[in-house]
Design a protein around this ligand. Structure first.
Ligand code: PHE
Ligand code: NA
Length: 452
């Protein structure tokens, strides 16, 4: 398994796993879906999903990897076999490959936006711009496909190079220094937004739960996002868990990763919404939300050129460490099942990602063939459909299978020994996986379909 890299100690495992978790999901996606789903009640459901479903499933995935010490489907097959069951349970590994691949196809384009905005920031494009001008900067960026293809190429090529070489010391070091900088910059932004923006309205929007504003579809989006943001059901946590150093607490590290991830998401919200409300922007602006709001503040604050460029640079780094995790499942699969060398698999996957990313690029530029009309006359684009189905259908379904597998199929003696924690914590984890997680996921699905 040397081709997949190795964590030298608990610290490098934590860095890699936190780097995979913290990404566009926290800074780009969480604020925009929160805005579209009315705020407070959505946030509350999201936090509940992280706590009651996300963390237990993360522990289950790491447990599968730690027991098997192989790639996700093989680890799952081994664990099933050791528990006296069919190796068909390896399906848990397989569905993650497809989901991760589709997510990456739009992820690189959004990360490309961030590359463009880092450049805009440093070159002074935000300075003294009105909200209208900032809005135009964004619509201009999406007016034609070529710039979008160019900016996202940075991310695709960078990801392929790092993945081709295997997990790099250099990358670990980069994450090590960039993550604290991202935190500090986010804290500065929250402070700035609090002092100049409409912090009270933003705070109320995010934390006053009004359940009339939340639909069942909003609940599904909160559930799906808890998987997306923690990088669950995409094979990644199983993969990283396969290299978990022996003396590392699976429970503590999972909780820690979830806390870091949640903190970054909430801070991003508190940085963005005060600016959104103070400038009369719509909270439900959609995927462009952070790109249309934050630059207004950067353009007015002292040293905004550096803060703006620096902030989006950190977003690029956060997105980059997640892209590497996202491509890993496909690359490992190609190496293991199609006999490719690692660099061949990386370059091949990069090309396919690039081709599929064009679906998102042309959706953003408004090409007519990317526009779809769904049942009930809903107007949407191919990008929206990929974004919605991966996070809200594929990941929760994958999570459901993992929960059933770890909770019902795996021999409790094995899971208890592998998780290696206080018996009460273990029992609690098992109850969450056996009952709470599957029932919650199924209830949300059925409610949406209208069966319940
Ligand atoms: N967790 C990442 C984010 O929040 C996205 C991701 C999903 C990464 C699945 C890896 C696997 O941006
Ligand atoms: Na995340």
């Amino acid at each position: 398994m040397a081709q997949h890299g190795r964590w030298t100690n608990r610290f490098s495992y934590m860095l890699a796993a936190t780097g995979a978790a913290v990404g566009l999901g926290n800074i780009w996606k969480f604020p925009y879906i929160m805005g579209e789903n009315g705020g407070g009640a959505f946030v509350l459901v999201y936090l509940l999903c992280i706590l009651a479903i996300g963390i237990p499933i993360m522990m289950a995935e790491v447990m599968i990897g730690k027991h098997g010490r192989l790639t996700p489907s093989k680890s799952a097959a081994k664990l099933a076999q050791d528990s006296g069951h069919s190796t068909k349970w390896k399906v848990t590994g397989w569905s993650g490959v497809v989901a991760g691949f589709l997510i990456l196809s739009f992820y690189v384009v959004i990360a490309g936006w961030a590359v463009a905005y880092a450049w805009f920031g440093f070159s002074g494009a935000f300075n003294d711009q009105s909200p209208q001008q900032i809005g135009k900067l964004f619509s201009d960026l999406n007016a034609s496909p070529y710039p979008l293809m160019g900016w996202s190429a940075f991310i695709i090529v960078g990801t392929v190079i790092v993945v081709a070489k295997g997990v790099q010391k250099g990358l670990e070091k980069a994450v090590n220094t960039m993550m604290p900088i991202l935190f500090v910059l986010l804290a500065i932004m929250v402070g700035y937004a609090a002092s100049t923006g409409d912090f009270n309205q933003a705070f109320e929007f995010m934390f006053a739960a009004d359940f009339f504003k939340l639909s069942w579809n909003g609940v599904l989006i909160a559930l799906g996002h808890s998987f997306f943001t923690l990088s669950l059901a995409s094979g990644i946590m199983t993969m990283y868990g396969a290299y978990l150093p022996e003396n590392t607490s699976l429970v503590k590290t999972s909780v820690y990763i979830a806390i870091m991830d949640t903190l970054v998401a909430l801070m991003a919200g508190m940085a963005i919404f005060p600016i959104v409300f103070a400038n009369g922007l719509p909270a439900g602006a959609g995927p462009g939300l952070i790109f249309q709001s934050l630059p207004i503040a950067f353009g007015q604050m002292p040293l905004g050129q550096w803060f703006g460029g620096g902030f989006f640079l950190m977003v690029v780094v956060a997105a980059f460490t997640s892209s590497i995790a996202l491509i890993e499942a496909s690359v490992a699969w190609l190496v293991e099942n199609r006999g490719f060398k690692r660099w061949q698999a990386a370059v091949g996957a990069g090309f396919i990602i690039w081709a599929v990313s064009l679906l998102t690029v042309f959706s953003l530029t408004g090409a007519p063939w990317t526009k779809l009309t769904l049942f009930g006359d809903v107007q949407t684009t191919i990008f929206d459909v990929i974004d919605y189905t991966t996070a809200n259908i594929m990941l929760p379904l994958g999570g459901l299978i993992i929960a059933v597998f770890a909770g019902w199929i795996v021999d409790p003696k094995i899971s208890q020994a592998t998780i290696d924690t206080h018996p009460t914590v273990y029992q609690l984890w098992r109850i969450m996986l056996k009952f709470i997680a599957p029932i919650a996921i199924l209830a949300v699905f059925f409610n949406l379909i209208g069966v319940l």
